[in-house]
Design a protein around this ligand. Structure first.
Ligand SMILES: [Zn+2]
Length: 194
């Protein structure tokens, strides 16, 4: 049986950061025609879509270039020029990594480590796709203006600062409560309650 130990408020900062990042990244779902064009560039059969990384049946659209790096948007977004068919295990194994590093890496579940036979062909197809969609990136800060952009991230920083301050207060409050309880239970010089 497990007991959930005391959590830190600051253990939630990554969720808050992720919310700030995801909330501003646009999502343009591809039309069927756009998907067909992208699959043709990748050499994937639209009637039997397979994972571009390993060849297993595709179940997901994976973001080829990560949307997030270093807790900030990369400038890539959800759109036909950044979506490739993938299987669930590859999608999860790749996560937010650069595809080139991941695909030839040694991490559990990556195509090289799994000994996928036609890896060079797959890399060539992905490079063709990358060249086809090379302009798919937004300079977000320039687009919205530095003032708005910097204000937005200052709000995140303010929330993180508040969370850290609240955590310090939480430690103090928990200490007081624990001290009060232990005082009742084992006050020095008295016998513990039966
Ligand atoms: Zn796969």
């Amino acid at each position: 049986m497990k007991v959930r130990k005391t959590l830190k408020i600051t253990s939630r900062t990554s969720s808050v950061t992720n919310g700030f990042v995801q909330a501003i990244i646009p999502c343009f779902l591809p039309t069927d025609e756009e998907s067909a064009t992208a699959l043709a560039v990748l050499g994937v059969d639209p009637d039997n879509p397979t994972c571009v990384y390993c060849g297993a049946p595709a179940t997901d659209w994976d973001h080829l270039r990560p949307l997030v790096k270093g807790k900030r948007p990369t400038g890539y977004f959800t759109g036909v020029q950044n979506l490739v068919p993938a299987c669930g295990p590859c999608n999860q194994s790749k996560g937010g990594q650069e595809w080139r590093i991941w695909i030839k890496g040694s991490a559990n579940g990556c195509p090289k480590a799994r000994g996928i036979a036609d890896l060079q062909l797959r890399i060539a197809a992905l490079e063709a796709f990358e060249a086809w969609s090379a302009h798919d990136r937004i300079a977000m800060r320039e687009l919205v203006g530095a003032e708005v952009w910097d204000d937005y991230w200052a709000r995140l920083q303010a929330i993180e600062d508040l969370m850290h301050a609240a955590q310090r207060e939480a430690i103090f409050i928990r200490g007081k409560i624990a001290a009060a309880l232990s005082k009742n239970v084992t006050e020095p010089g008295t016998k513990p309650a039966p």
